[in-house]
Design a protein around this ligand. Structure first.
Ligand code: TRP
Length: 459
């Protein structure tokens, strides 16, 4: 371990840049891939309601907690907790977070790899067909080809690495600011096309008219897991981003904006997908393959012929790629920030080492449908196991301990100081409210759902 001189930590360019980068982290495949497929599987509006409640009462308080921890300590996920509570084991939360980051990026970059090849397949008209067995076979041939799966992931990792090396503001923030508007415009175009199809209203009804009989503990667990995953909380990503926040940021206010913006993108993605899914009568509960097997058949059913169909289909995958980039960058940044803060390595070196380590970890989910298809954990293949273990276990457990740290160890005077910017903001009421929720309500809810989930898993 070498010691470099005093180094300048990255910083977002201002309050708006900080919100953009944070929104860029939240908005991702979670909105375009997970939220729609889970909504389709778990009963539509009823699931969405539980998800929104989980976002308010769990995701948002954890996000605010992470931001204030990071901005106060100005260090990475592990270093921040160590700084605020020296010689106490709270930094283990950060360590669990770095592990979770590895598990998530491992499968996340693989999905981005599929998205990239689907951009090519879609625009070139290779998957214009309304037969799901054809699109299913096309998807199968991608995921069961080990070298293709690895190669795609390496391309994605290399691209992310290059942006990370460019820096916090000139790499991450600048990239996200460019991608978010593109994402929004494409999403709007597809949503309008979908909404104007004959028979679209059944999809809207599915999205917005709840059927509470669809709820079960498994569904609630899934909704909570999604709330964590969606807002990028529970593992220190938001501590890391908080450590780049400007002093003048109104953290509760900007977190609420990020949460609302992210929810809006998810709902808009739902509006882009479900009216069309219902209009053409295709299977809505396809699970994770909804995006790759079902959606091509949906776009292939659009009026206007194969060229129009390929364009909409291609745009959809470009949209997914735009969304995924900012999110993947925020995951990648977690180990990079850790290495930068603790080894004295340059950012470049930290990013290269991280990329190589991620290529190794990523090989497990990437090869889940080829060389490693025989490996199962609890009945799940490696891809699904990485996803499940991170979203449904590690993130909630991380969030639980973060809330306990904030409410019961760090305490009100520090939190108040941190969230009111030393009393200079007029947001005491809001700060008090979130502190109460993070201290008393979120931990209980997380615990209940986790324990209930154990029962579901056991039974
Ligand atoms: N929020 C992102 C999405 O919805 C995924 C993501 C990015 C994430 N960073 C994270 C999830 C940190 C958990 C933790 O796609």
């Amino acid at each position: 371990m070498t010691s470099a001189g005093p180094r300048v930590r990255g910083r977002f360019t201002g309050t708006l840049g900080a919100v953009a980068a944070t929104l860029g982290s939240a908005v991702g495949l979670g909105n375009i891939w997970k939220f729609p497929y889970m909504t389709g599987e778990s009963g539509g509006a009823a699931f969405i309601i539980v998800y929104v409640i989980a976002t308010f009462l769990i995701g948002l308080p954890v996000m605010i907690s992470e931001h204030v921890i990071g901005r106060t300590a100005r260090s990475d996920a592990i270093g921040s907790l160590r700084k605020l509570a020296p010689k106490e084991p709270w930094w283990l939360i950060g360590t669990a977070g770095v592990i979770a980051a590895f598990l998530i990026i491992a499968f996340y970059t693989e999905v981005i790899g599929w998205v990239l090849i689907y951009i090519v397949k879609a625009f070139s008209g290779q998957i214009v067909t309304t037969d799901p067995s054809v699109t299913g076979a096309a998807f199968g041939s991608v995921i069961s080809n080990p070298w293709l799966a690895l190669g795609l992931q390496w391309v994605v990792l290399a691209g992310l690495m290059a942006i990370i090396i460019a820096g916090v503001s000139r790499g991450i923030e600048a990239m996200v600011k460019r991608l978010l508007p593109i994402l929004f415009v494409i999403l709007l175009i597809i949503a309008i096309r979908s909404l104007t199809l004959p028979g679209a209203s059944a999809g809207l009804e599915f999205l917005f008219k709840p059927d509470l009989s669809k709820l079960s503990f498994g569904v609630v667990l899934a909704a909570m897991g999604l709330a964590f995953f969606k807002l990028s909380v529970g593992m220190g990503t938001m501590i890391t981003y908080g450590s780049y926040y400007p002093e003048e940021q109104d953290i509760p206010k900007s977190a609420v904006r990020v949460m609302l913006g992210d929810l809006f993108v998810s709902l808009l993605a739902g509006v882009a997908i479900f009216p069309a899914v219902f209009a053409f009568g295709v299977e809505k509960a396809a699970g994770p393959s909804l995006m790759f097997i079902t959606m091509p058949t949906v776009f292939s059913s659009l009026p206007g012929g194969p060229v129009v169909q390929s364009i909409f289909m291609g745009l959809f995958f470009v949209l997914a790629a735009c969304a995924a980039t900012g999110a993947a960058l925020s995951l990648f940044e977690v180990p990079v920030a850790f290495l930068e803060d603790h080894t004295g390595w340059s950012r470049k070196r930290a990013a290269i080492v991280t990329a190589v380590a991620l290529a190794v970890a990523g090989a497990f989910p990437a090869l889940a449908e080829s060389w490693l298809s025989g490996v199962k954990i609890g009945g799940l293949n490696l891809f699904d196991a990485f996803d499940f273990a991170s979203s449904n276990i590690l993130l909630p457990v991380g969030g639980l301990f973060l809330c306990i740290f904030l409410g019961w160890r760090w305490g009100w005077p520090q939190v108040k100081e941190g969230l009111t910017n030393k009393g200079s903001l007029d947001n005491q009421g809001m700060v008090r409210f979130f502190y109460g929720v993070a201290k008393l309500i979120s931990p209980v809810l997380i615990l209940v759902v986790l324990l209930g989930g154990l029962g579901v898993l056991g039974g």
